[in-house]
Design a protein around this ligand. Structure first.
Ligand code: C2E
Ligand code: MG
Ligand code: MG
Ligand code: MG
Length: 271
């Protein structure tokens, strides 16, 4: 309706753009020193076996307490990337998650693993494999207890460097995980050539699985592809028993979602 496309509508659009820009500048300067001030926290969310329902892995999810409120990673990770702070924050998350992994293993879950998200910029940093090796050694952990989650867009951004970094992580027996699969543009050939062994099927497909035949077909096709490439799969964002039943029937290996637990501080999972 043309009536709503007049100057007022444009003024509103400009205003919301300006607010978003102001917000990210404000977050960017507040983010500086946030790690040193102890404002960051890592919460953990269980990933279970769909066969046994045992918790096998925890995913580390960073949070930032800014002016007394929790800011989520979807909001501040892009700001951290744009302001060169992602490497400091990413290293702190890895160090914290590995320390908490030791606590979980000592407290009675000796077989448990930890999965940590990597930013596209971390994957482009050739020093990353050495940083990870040093952190594993300092916590007395083997690479096989760590998973690192990367997205399709991170693999596409700088494929030559990404391949090299992934290869040096895989040499340390680290499990390489493709996060949010289905939303990007990875080709089958490209996946075959990478040392990735686990695929996380994006929550947007799992959300629609009970009501939408096309989403069931997509999950089923991803499953067939994963089997052909000898990869395992995680169904992301499982919230109901019905979703669990369907993704189990479709052959997913693991599941993660509110049905099993929300992200929470490590103390929640210690006896
Ligand atoms: P992700 O890696 O795909 O993580 C899963 C997100 O889905 C988490 O949101 C989690 O809380 C949420 N989730 C899990 N199960 C359910 C469910 O059943 N229902 C619903 N509604 N949501 C569910 P969160 O913690 O806000 O993280 C958002 C994204 O931020 C992550 O998506 C990841 O890409 C990124 N991120 C988190 N921590 C880090 C980090 O330390 N470094 C980097 N670079 N990125 C991170
Ligand atoms: Mg993830
Ligand atoms: Mg994900
Ligand atoms: Mg997702």
């Amino acid at each position: 309706d043309a009536k709503f496309r007049g100057p007022a509508a444009y003024a509103f659009f400009d205003e919301s753009l300006r607010t978003a820009a102001t917000r990210s500048v404000e977050l960017g300067s507040a983010l500086r020193g946030a790690v040193a001030r102890g404002e960051m926290a890592v919460h953990y969310q269980p990933i279970v076996s769909l066969r046994t329902h045992d918790v096998l892995v925890y995913e580390a999810l960073v949070r930032w307490k800014h002016r007394g409120r929790w800011v989520g990673p979807d909001e501040f990770i892009p700001v951290a990337e744009a302001t060169n702070m992602i490497s400091e924050i990413g290293t702190w998350v890895l160090d914290t998650a590995l320390g908490d992994l030791v606590r979980l293993r000592v407290a009675g879950a000796p077989g448990i693993s930890m999965s940590v998200n990597l930013s596209v910029l971390q994957l482009r940093d050739e020093r990353l494999p050495d940083v990870v090796a040093d952190l594993l050694a300092s916590h007395g952990l083997d690479g096989s207890v760590l998973g690192l989650e990367v997205t399709e867009s991170a693999l596409i951004a700088d494929p030559v460097v990404a391949n090299r970094v992934l290869a040096r992580l895989a040499e340390q027996d680290i499990v390489l995980v493709l996060d949010d699969f289905g939303m990007g543009y990875s080709s089958l050939g490209r996946l075959r050539d990478l040392p990735i062994t686990v695929i996380k099927i994006d929550k947007s497909f799992i959300d629609r699985v009970p009501v939408d035949d096309a989403s069931v077909s997509i999950v089923s096709a991803i499953e067939a592809m994963a089997t052909a490439l000898t990869m395992r799969t995680v169904a992301e964002g499982v919230e109901t028993k019905e979703q669990e039943r369907i993704v189990t029937e479709l052959g997913c290996t693991y599941a993660q979602g509110y049905l099993y637990g929300r992200p929470a501080p490590v103390e929640t999972f210690l006896p």
